[in-house]
Ligand binder design. Structure first.
Ligand SMILES: Cc1cc2nc3c(=O)[nH]c(=O)nc-3n(C[C@H](O)[C@H](O)[C@H](O)COP(=O)(O)OP(=O)(O)OC[C@H]3O[C@@H](n4cnc5c(N)ncnc54)[C@H](O)[C@@H]3O)c2cc1C
Ligand SMILES: *[C@@H]1O[C@H](CO)[C@@H](O)[C@H](O)[C@H]1NC(C)=O
Ligand SMILES: *[C@@H]1O[C@H](CO)[C@@H](O)[C@H](O)[C@H]1NC(C)=O
Ligand SMILES: *[C@@H]1O[C@H](CO)[C@@H](O)[C@H](O)[C@H]1NC(C)=O
Ligand SMILES: *[C@@H]1O[C@H](CO)[C@@H](O)[C@H](O)[C@H]1NC(C)=O
Length: 339
């Protein structure tokens, strides 16, 4: 029995743990995390399946991760689990005031029915000259994380609340460690390539809104969900402030009302802040740490920045592949040691 520790209980840690339990049932899996739902960054995310590019991650990989995630969640959305898992289809518009994009986005063939908006659709937006319409999914952390956790426990996985100060704490108790600590990897490992991009959003009641609206560079958006509507947002690099900023909230509300005047009637406005774990590229890598002749196999899966929900299942599949490679290598080295 291979003993695996997964550090982190955001969407990346929990999905990697569930994916591992589905692919290698003869593993024992412990998720170790200092924060759990509803207190992770993944709980703040709107959870729209629209990926973001990372400068150092090749586009073909990103496309594959998004397709794998989309296929997995499409099957859930099409099942009786959909409500519990917090996944539903959603259609809407991405509109531009000027300068329509030169290229078709790399994810255009994965989402459903991607097309140019018609003149009559654009009549709703007198300030805008161009737009794209498509259908994608929304995967809500506040439902999806508990659902993943339940599945993990159902297959025998365990969950522990604890902050890991040093990976070597886990040596001896585990054969492989998977590091899904998001922004936490900066402090522990001193991965200085990792930086926060602060995001503040509002969650409001506006149950008449069913279509999403995204403006231009994706800073301003209206994302209707199952229970409330997410209004965004901000993208503040290197800002660690987790407290809501009232000026940010006023700006978000003003920008969203300019797109959708009916938001005048929204009520129960709540502010949420999260720090996106950003990096030039997602770190998906295996590594064997060595200290005093001891070997600790590690798989890293962190740094998903603004688009972690959109690619999580694809990166989980790749992390599991890396775990398989490590298990095979360590079996070979153990049998050599016996000889
Ligand atoms: C406002 C906002 C809106 C967003 N909207 C979207 C969207 O619409 N679509 C999309 O795809 N993405 C979106 N994102 C991005 C998405 O939230 C992230 O990419 C994703 O949540 C990252 O997941 P994660 O599991 O890596 O990180 P986290 O959710 O931060 O999880 C990290 C986990 O590691 C644990 N941890 C860290 N350090 C340690 C340690 N030393 N010891 C033990 N545990 C540790 C933490 O407690 C936590 O449980 C949004 C983000 C924000 C802020
Ligand atoms: C989330 O944070 C709140 C406030 O700090 C705390 O009371 C609660 O126990 C936390 N929930 C979990 C599941 O850790
Ligand atoms: C959707 O559900 C139907 C009916 O259960 C099933 O036949 C079909 O294969 C499902 N499609 C996907 C993509 O899961
Ligand atoms: C992530 O991996 C690095 C080693 O590359 C390690 O130093 C750091 O402590 C790890 N993070 C956690 C949360 O264990
Ligand atoms: C928004 O919906 C979530 C469920 O996804 C719920 O827990 C939360 O209380 C709602 N927030 C508001 C402001 O209604």
């Amino acid at each position: 029995m291979t003993r695996v520790a997964v550090i982190g209980a955001g969407v990346i840690g929990l999905s990697t743990a569930v994916c591992l339990s589905e692919s290698i049932p003869q593993c024992s899996i412990d998720v170790i995390s200092d924060k759990f739902t509803p207190n992770t960054t993944s709980d703040v995310a709107a959870g729209m399946l629209i990926p973001h590019a990372y400068p150092d991650t090749p586009i073909h990989l990103l496309k594959q991760w998004f397709q794998e995630t989309f296929d997995k969640l499409f099957a859930i959305a099409n099942s009786s689990e959909a409500t519990d898992a917090g996944i539903h289809l959603v259609s809407g518009w991405h509109i531009y005031r000027s300068d329509p994009p030169q290229e078709r986005p790399f994810w255009a063939d994965t989402v459903l029915g991607f097309r140019k908006m018609t003149e009559s659709e654009l009549k709703k937006f007198p300030q805008h000259v161009f737009g794209q319409a498509f259908t994608t999914m929304k995967c809500e952390g506040l439902s999806y994380l508990p659902w993943l956790e339940k599945r993990l426990r159902g297959s025998g996985g365990q969950v522990y609340t604890r902050k890991v100060e040093d990976l070597w704490e886990l040596y001896g108790s585990y054969d492989v460690v998977i590091n899904c600590s998001g922004l936490g990897s900066r402090e522990l490992l001193g991965d200085l390539q990792l930086f926060p991009v602060r995001g503040q959003v509002l969650r409001v009641q506006a149950p008449w809104l069913k279509h999403f609206i995204i403006d231009g560079d994706r800073q301003t958006y209206i994302y209707p969900g199952a229970f409330n509507v997410t209004l965004g947002g901000t993208r503040q690099k290197d800002d660690w402030n987790l407290s809501p900023d009232p000026q940010n909230s006023r700006d978000i509300l003003a920008k969203c009302r300019a797109l959708e005047p009916s938001l005048q009637g929204a009520w129960d406005i709540k502010e949420k802040v999260g720090l996106r774990p950003s990096r030039p590229g997602v770190r998906l890598q295996k590594e064997i740490l060595v200290q005093d002749g001891h070997r600790l196999p590690v798989v890293h899966n962190y740094g998903h920045g603004s688009g972690g929900i959109s690619v999580h299942w694809g990166t989980a599949l790749q992390a599991v592949q890396l775990v398989k490679e490590l298990i095979t290598t360590s079996k070979i080295s153990t049998s050599k040691a016996k000889l």
